[in-house]
Design a protein around this ligand. Structure first.
Ligand code: FAD
Length: 380
């Protein structure tokens, strides 16, 4: 209803490239990837060749040096077609953000060029079996012994867990008892002795997404592996980048909701009950109109947040509100749309059913929506 004004022609060209990549190189094989609970590594390399991984990485580090609207586009397109095996591209992009914004020159040179080509795959490990929302309560500890940290602990629900070549691990390095100041982000190379990975976790949806547990047992890394080189900055680094992660989730949610609505418009126009298309019942039209209005409102909020993000003015509260509202909306839309499809909406051959399975995580990951209310509540 209101045209998006966020993008320039080069963004639209990039969107078309992303769409073509998904349609030709991913979706024909996605069912197999769902069986395998992961996508082949070559897919990452193909995405890297097209510039879809870490578009924002500066050219000096092998990237395209583009703005974050390009990353937003990849997430939107992946969600639009439920290419759930590629949700990990977003996590990879988030790790690049940590390195670009906080990494030392050596860390940037070592990882960013390989990450941009898909040769190295990145994961971030915050959540533990005992704690997720309360990040300051992590138990994974990194103890400085001479020039090395010795890491012990375990992490769960880690996206890109099987394939990852580097993991940014949230660990306690301090003993001040002040929570945030004791936390560091540490880069762990996946081939170090002492790191083991579970088999892929069986999930409600996102069946092609590679999600595992990670275990660290007396794993040694040089102290230079602390992101930014200075211990005790981890919590603040996380909080800064989480605003972007949450905006990405909001953008994906609106793109997913929009796709589900489009599928449902087509379906309800094509299927007749009691002598007329489902679309022609006022009940259906009112529901669909409601969805359309909410999607447009959400899109405008997301695009405004994205504009603020480009100006480095996006607040954590604004992005928390976007994440909360848009992922809740996606849930409402997908639930209504399954209903409008009737029994077919429960069948996986219909896109709406795939969205039904895949969308649910968005209200949990990146910070549970209840936590988003806490963040906004603190500003009242
Ligand atoms: C598919 C998938 C992929 C993921 N990928 C990653 C990844 O790559 N890296 C990573 O580190 N993590 C990842 N996660 C983990 C995700 O970020 C956490 O699940 C999330 O932060 C919530 O933590 P938790 O599961 O420990 O829930 P808990 O912290 O146990 O919270 C459970 C529930 O309690 C309620 N709650 C908690 N705290 C409060 C509060 N203060 N006020 C009110 N209610 C509250 C909320 O309803 C919340 O949903 C992933 C999760 C999934 C499912």
């Amino acid at each position: 209803m209101i045209p998006r004004t966020l993008f320039d022609p080069e963004h639209e060209a990039f969107r078309n490239t992303t769409r073509r990549f998904l349609a030709e190189q991913c979706m024909p094989f996605h069912a197999q990837w769902e069986e395998d609970h992961q996508v082949p590594r070559e897919v990452w390399k193909k995405a890297g060749e097209l510039g879809l991984l870490n578009a924002t990485t500066p050219e000096a580090f092998g990237g395209l040096g583009l703005d974050r609207r390009f990353s937003l586009i990849v997430g939107e397109e992946v969600t639009r077609v439920s290419a759930n095996g590629l949700i990990g591209f977003g996590v990879h992009d988030i790790v690049a953000g940590y390195l670009i914004n906080f990494g030392t020159e050596a860390q940037k040179h070592k990882w960013l060029p390989k990450m941009a080509t898909g040769e190295a795959i990145a994961a971030v490990a915050m959540t533990e079996p005992g704690t997720g929302s309360d990040l300051q309560g992590v138990k994974t500890r990194a103890t400085l012994v001479g020039d090395h940290y010795i890491i012990n602990g375990s992490k769960t629900f880690i996206s890109n867990g099987t394939h990852c070549d580097l993991v940014v691990v949230v660990a306690k390095t301090g003993n001040t008892g002040k929570g945030a100041q004791d936390i560091s982000l540490i880069i762990v190379e996946a081939d170090r002795p002492g790191l083991s990975k579970s088999t892929p976790l069986r999930k409600v949806g996102l069946h092609a997404q590679d999600t595992t547990m990670l275990f660290f047992e007396d794993l040694r890394v040089p102290k230079e592996n602390v992101v930014g080189g200075v211990a005790g900055q981890g919590f603040f680094q996380l909080m800064k980048e989480l605003a972007w992660e949450r905006l990405g989730i909001a953008g994906n949610s609106i793109a997913g909701a929009r796709a589900v609505l489009e599928h449902t418009l087509e379906y309800t126009r094509g299927r007749s009950v009691f002598g007329k298309p489902i679309f022609d019942f006022q009940n259906s039209r009112f529901k669909l109109a409601d969805m359309k209005i909410n999607i447009e409102v959400g899109q405008n909020y997301v695009d405004r947040c994205m504009a603020l993000c480009l100006e480095h003015k996006l607040t954590p509260q604004a992005s928390a509100a976007a994440k909360l509202w848009c992922s809740d909306l996606y849930s409402k839309v997908v639930d209504e749309c399954v209903q409008l499809h009737g029994g077919n909406g429960y069948m996986l051959e219909y896109p709406v059913a795939r969205h039904y399975l895949d969308h649910r995580v968005l209200r949990i990951a990146g910070g549970a929506n209840d936590i988003m209310k806490e963040l906004v509540g603190r500003t009242l």
